[in-house]
Design a protein around this ligand. Structure first.
Ligand SMILES: NC(=O)c1ccc[n+]([C@@H]2O[C@H](COP(=O)([O-])OP(=O)(O)OC[C@H]3O[C@@H](n4cnc5c(N)ncnc54)[C@H](OP(=O)(O)O)[C@@H]3O)[C@@H](O)[C@H]2O)c1
Length: 349
């Protein structure tokens, strides 16, 4: 039977998505085609829709997170086969190719950015993992600074990958994750603690349980007027080497607090998700992550499936299913713009 592809196309910046036919993608070497069962909404998608940023080819298909069945396999793919249940990170952000966008019935995924999803985890849950996972590995395990945007370097914390074993007790390190209820913040907390890092989380008071499920040792309320003092005390009490702050929110307000904390603990890394302040003190190393990097390859290959099976990696934050079918994607983007708290919006296909 001939398969027909459809996509929710962005025809022009600032316009609603239009659902219509799309070319049926074929996988190149090292690629798979996924028949999507669920896709997730990321803030990047709303920025791309609003401004057309990063889009080089029009019309465009946006979206970075897919879960579904492998429909077709390209040459040199040995780890995955037709019919496997998978999650994957779609990289239209980098390639600007419509075939690489998630908001379609079929999407091309690089096999090294995909992993088998255990049968016990529904597609609608597994789909919260891919882009956040890739971002979290880029926060933690990049070893050499690169370039995120012209003139903005990437941070290089050089921390170990998450482990399926209990990581060695020593030498341990302490990291603050600011915005730990967000998708990227909660995934960074999970991967850091699975690498033996002691995480002090900063999140809303209603997200304490989520941060603890992700492995945080301590959770501080981001609305507490005494936040800076409490964070400094937590760092000084931790006895482990302090690495710095991953700021998953990266606004002027959070940067002010980051720099106040770093000033009182003797400096450290400031890893941000947007360009950090240009004028940081000499003892602060600031950089912006770029969440598409081959550094995540070993984590996709060797960690994700087993860790999900063992419950060591959890599909968090919990998804909220906001629609069915490609027509639901525009609605989901609008819901995202209203705001989310400790959740990921998901559309079932
Ligand atoms: N540079 C890159 O490569 C890259 C990659 C991925 C994402 N990003 C960026 O990273 C950011 C996070 O993305 P995401 O998908 O993780 O976002 P998200 O899950 O949609 O973030 C929403 C969460 O942020 C929390 N939050 C908002 N303001 C906060 C504050 N002042 N302090 C602490 N928590 C706060 C909210 O907590 P409450 O419940 O308390 O409201 C909510 O749970 C976005 O700006 C995105 O564009 C960048």
């Amino acid at each position: 039977m001939t398969q027909i592809n459809q996509a929710a196309w962005l025809v022009e910046a600032g316009k609603p998505l239009e659902v219509r036919e799309a070319p049926m993608p074929t996988p190149g070497s090292g690629e798979i085609v996924v028949k999507n069962a669920a896709i997730a909404i990321n803030p990047l998608d709303t920025h791309m829709q609003d401004s057309g940023v990063f889009v080089k080819e029009w019309p465009a298909i946006l979206g970075c997170d897919v879960a579904g069945e492998v429909h077709d396999v390209g040459a040199d793919v040995t780890r995955l086969k037709k019919g496997d249940r998978v999650i994957g990170h779609a990289i239209n952000l980098v390639t600007s190719q419509p075939r690489d966008g998630a908001y379609a019935l079929y999407t091309v995924i690089r096999a090294d950015k995909a992993a088998i999803l255990p049968d016990s985890i529904p597609f609608t849950h597994g789909v919260v993992v891919p882009f956040a996972l890739e971002a979290a590995v880029c926060v933690l395990s990049v070893k050499e600074p690169g370039t995120a945007l012209p003139g903005v370097s990437t941070p290089a914390l050089g921390l170990p990958y998450p482990s399926l074993e209990d990581p060695a007790e020593s030498p341990r390190k302490t990291l603050i994750v600011y915005g730990a209820s967000s998708s990227v913040g909660s995934m960074t907390t999970q991967l850091a603690t699975a690498a033996g890092i002691h995480v002090i989380a900063i999140a809303g008071a209603h997200s304490v349980a989520l941060c603890q499920r992700c492995g945080a040792s301590e959770v501080l309320d981001h609305k507490d007027p005494d936040l800076v003092h409490k964070a400094v005390t937590a760092v000084k009490d931790s006895t482990f080497e302090f690495i710095g702050i991953f700021d998953a929110i990266s606004t002027p307000e959070t940067y002010t607090r980051d720099l106040e904390i770093l000033a009182q603990v003797g400096g450290g890394q400031l890893a941000a998700v947007h360009p950090p302040p240009a004028d940081v003190p000499g003892n602060v190393k600031a950089g912006m992550i770029f969440a598409v990097d081959d550094v995540a390859g070993p984590v996709w290959r060797e960690y994700v499936t087993s860790a999900l099976e063992m419950g060591r990696l959890k599909a968090l934050p919990e998804p909220v299913i906001v629609g069915k079918g490609l027509e639901g994607v525009q609605l989901a983007l609008e819901k995202y713009r209203v705001g989310v708290s400790a959740t990921k919006l998901v559309v079932e296909l």
